[in-house]
Design a binder for this molecule. Structure first.
Ligand code: PMP
Length: 450
C-alpha cells in the first residue's frame, strides 16, 4: 500500500468525488478507507472505527458476509456476464425473481425489472409509470408528484422529482411536469405545525390541492420514500403513507415507493411500505439487495400494473428501456445469497432493537447538548440529529461545527455522516449493542469538543 500522504495528494490531483466540491479534496482530504471487517472499517493510517453509516445505507449485513462473497466468486467463475435483453437470460435472474416475488408478496409485488443501482431503479419506475398509462389508454398522464426533501437519485428524472435544491439547481432545466408537495417534516414546515398527525393532514390536503390544480388525468405517479432518508431521516406520522396510497388510488395515480434505503429491513420491517401497511404499485430497490458488494437493483411491479403490460396487444407495452447491467448474473447471484442471509439472520428485528437503543441514546445526548435541535428516527436503524446554533430560534449552525463533531467522533471510534446540518446514522443491521454504545460515546466526544 502506498504512503498515506502520497495517496491523499494523488486523490486530490486525479479524483472527483460525488456530492463534493472538486477543490475540496485538496483542503479536506477524505478518509482513505483500506479495509473492513464485521461492522468496522479501517483507514490507511490503521485507525479502526465502527461504521455508523453502513457504507452508504447499504452494507446491512456488515463487511464480512462470507456467503455473499462466495456466491460472487463462484458466479464469476461460472458466468461473469451475459445480457438479459430480449432473446437471452440467465438462471440467476430467474431464481432471484422467484425469491423476490415471495419476499415482496406481502407488498403485492410479483415482477422484477433489474437495474444496476438506485438511480436506475427510480428512472425505470418513472418511465414504466408513464408507459403504463399510455398502454392503458390515458396518454395524458405524464406528470409526477413527489415530496419536498425527498431524494430519488441523480438521473435527470430522479433529480426532477428530488425535493432538495442542492441536487437540482446546477442541472436545470430538469424535466417539466414535476410538482413537489410539502414533506411531513415536523421540526420545520411551512405550516408551523408541531403535531405530526395534524401536519400529516396538512400535507395530504396539499397533495389533494395539487392534484385538483394539475388535473388528476394529467398525473402518472406519486413517488415517495416511506421514511425520507437523505433529506435528513424524516419519518412521517403513521397515517401519512396509507392516506397517500388512498388518494393515489382514488385518482388513478400510481404510487411508487422509493425503497432504495428502506427495503430489506432497515426500518425494522422488511420494507418501509409494509412498515406503514401500504401496498405500492411499483417499488424501487437497490443498495442492500446486494449488501453493497455489487452494484445492482430491482424495480418490483404489482400484479395489477404487470397485467396491463402483459395483456397489451397493441405493442405499446414493449419496453424500450434497460441497462447493459440489468440482470447482471454476478449481481443476481450476490442478491440471492444476500436475501438468504438477510432472512436467516432476521436482520429486521435486530434493526428494530438496536435502532430503539440508538434512538434513546441520541435523545439522551440531546438533553445534554443544546446544539442538537432535533432527534429523528425511531423506525429501525436510520436516525438523524439536526444541529442548530440556537435551539429556541432553530437558527442554522455553521457547517464547520457539524464537521468538527464528525471529525472528533471519528477519532473517538465511529464514522458518522454529515449531510447539511444533519448527522446521519445508518449502521449495518447486524450491529451489536456494544457498537451502538461506541457510536453514542463517539458522538458525545464530538459534541463535547464544540
Ligand atoms: N433513492 C433513494 C431513496 C436513495 O436514498 C438513493 C441513494 N441514496 C437513490 C435513490 C439513488 O441510488 P444510487 O445512489 O444507488 O443511484
Amino acid at each position: 500500500m502506498k504512503d498515506s500522504n502520497f495517496l491523499k495528494e494523488m486523490n486530490a490531483r486525479s479524483v472527483w468525488h460525488p456530492m463534493a466540491h472538486p477543490a475540496d479534496s485538496q483542503k479536506n482530504p477524505p478518509t482513505i478507507v483500506t479495509g473492513a471487517q464485521g461492522v468496522r472499517i479501517t483507514d490507511v493510517d490503521g485507525h479502526e472505527v465502527v461504521d455508523g453509516v453502513g457504507g452508504l445505507w447499504n452494507v446491512n449485513l456488515g463487511f464480512s458476509c462470507q456467503p455473499v462473497k462466495d456466491a460472487i466468486a463462484a458466479q464469476l467463475d461460472r458466468l461473469p456476464y451475459y445480457s438479459i435483453f430480449r432473446g437471452t437470460t440467465n438462471d440467476c435472474v430467474i431464481e432471484l425473481a422467484e425469491e423476490l416475488r415471495d419476499f415482496f408478496a406481502p407488498d403485492g409485488l410479483s415482477r422484477a425489472f433489474y437495474t444496476s443501482g438506485g438511480s436506475d431503479s427510480v428512472e425505470t419506475a418513472l418511465r414504466l409509470a408513464r408507459q403504463y398509462h399510455k398502454v392503458k389508454g390515458e396518454p395524458a398522464r405524464i406528470k409526477y408528484l413527489s415530496l419536498k426533501k425527498g431524494y430519488h437519485g441523480t438521473h435527470t428524472g430522479g433529480a426532477s422529482v428530488n425535493g432538495n435544491a442542492n441536487f437540482r439547481t446546477q442541472y436545470e432545466p430538469l424535466l417539466p411536469g414535476c410538482y413537489h408537495i410539502p414533506a411531513p417534516y415536523t421540526y420545520r414546515n411551512p405550516f408551523n405545525e408541531t403535531d405530526p398527525e395534524k401536519l400529516a393532514q396538512l400535507c395530504l390536503q396539499a397533495l389533494e390541492d395539487e392534484i385538483a390544480f394539475q388535473g388528476a388525468g394529467t398525473i402518472a405517479a406519486m413517488i415517495m420514500e416511506p421514511v425520507l432518508g437523505a433529506g435528513g431521516v424524516i419519518p412521517p406520522h403513521e397515517s401519512f403513507m396509507p392516506a397517500v396510497r388512498e388518494i393515489c388510488s382514488k385518482h388513478g395515480i400510481l404510487l411508487i415507493a422509493d425503497e432504495v434505503i428502506t427495503a430489506f429491513g432497515r426500518t425494522g420491517s422488511w420494507t418501509g411500505s409494509r412498515h406503514w401497511g401500504v401496498q405500492p404499485d411499483l417499488m424501487c430497490t437497490a443498495k442492500a439487495i446486494t449488501n453493497g458488494y455489487f452494484p445492482f437493483g430491482a424495480v418490483m411491479i404489482s400484479d395489477a400494473v404487470a397485467e396491463v403490460f402483459e395483456q397489451d396487444e397493441t405493442g405499446l407495452a414493449a419496453i424500450g428501456h434497460g441497462y447493459t447491467y440489468s440482470g447482471h448474473p454476478v449481481g443476481a447471484a450476490a442478491a440471492l445469497a444476500c436475501l438468504a442471509e438477510t432472512k436467516r439472520l432476521n436482520v429486521k428485528d435486530n434493526a428494530a432493537e438496536r435502532g430503539a437503543e440508538l434512538f434513546a441514546g441520541l435523545q439522551a445526548l440531546q438533553a445534554d447538548f443544546d446544539v442538537i435541535g432535533d432527534v429523528r428516527g425511531g423506525h429501525g436503524l436510520m436516525c438523524a440529529l439536526e444541529l442548530v446554533s440556537d435551539r429556541a430560534t432553530k437558527a442554522p449552525i455553521d457547517k464547520a461545527r457539524v464537521n468538527k463533531v464528525q471529525e472528533v467522533a471519528y477519532q473517538s471510534g465511529a464514522m458518522v455522516r454529515v449531510s447539511g446540518p444533519n448527522i446521519i446514522l445508518s449502521p449495518p443491521l447486524v450491529l451489536a449493542s456494544e457498537d451502538v454504545q461506541v457510536i453514542l460515546s463517539s458522538l458525545r466526544a464530538g459534541f463535547e469538543s464544540l
